[in-house]
Design a protein around this ligand. Structure first.
Ligand code: ZN
Length: 162
């Protein structure tokens, strides 16, 4: 009798493990396993994964995306998040903007590294905000690191004028 109880509890544990792996609550499935024994395990195998798991798969496949504000899954074509009402297009274009700025700062540092005064001047004159540099090193430090006095002066004068 005792062995049978142990076996049924093991069935509960196995059911809970399988259910948990599918993104379902483990505890109810533990009870199902304890009550129904091997049948509980069978049920936990047959039952489908939760929506959360399906959403994760959909995000990976690209048919859904994650809302940047509430982190819920929404359809990729959605303009407004159905969960929190965030304007997804605005959020997307904001991300675009900041990544644009980042790539311009990156381009400036590339120019500094290559000692390309022409390109550096063009980027600076395009109105890049030097104080808004998301890169770990400031442009001035970067120019100094490369031992480029002319480049450093160019950046310094730009910073003074800002
Ligand atoms: Zn949202």
């Amino acid at each position: 009798m005792a062995a049978l109880v142990v076996l049924w509890i093991i069935c509960g544990g196995v059911s809970a493990m399988i259910a948990n792996h599918k993104g379902r609550d483990a505890f109810p499935w533990f009870l199902i396993g304890v009550i129904f024994g091997p049948l509980g395990i069978l049920a936990s195998i047959v039952v489908s994964s939760t929506d959360a798991k399906k959403e994760k798969q959909a995000i990976i496949q690209g048919s859904m995306k994650q809302c940047p504000r509430c982190a819920e899954a929404v359809k990729s074509a959605a303009v407004v998040c159905k969960h929190c009402g965030a304007n997804l297009e605005a959020e997307a274009s904001q991300n675009q903007l900041s990544s644009d700025a980042k790539s311009r700062h990156q381009a400036l540092q590339d120019a500094i590294a290559k000692n390309d005064l022409e390109t550096a001047r063009a980027i600076l004159n395009s109105g890049l905000d030097l104080g808004d540099n998301p890169l770990p090193l400031s442009h001035l430090d970067y120019a100094e690191m490369h031992g480029n006095a002319e480049m450093r002066d160019l950046l310094a004068s730009k910073l003074e004028n800002a």
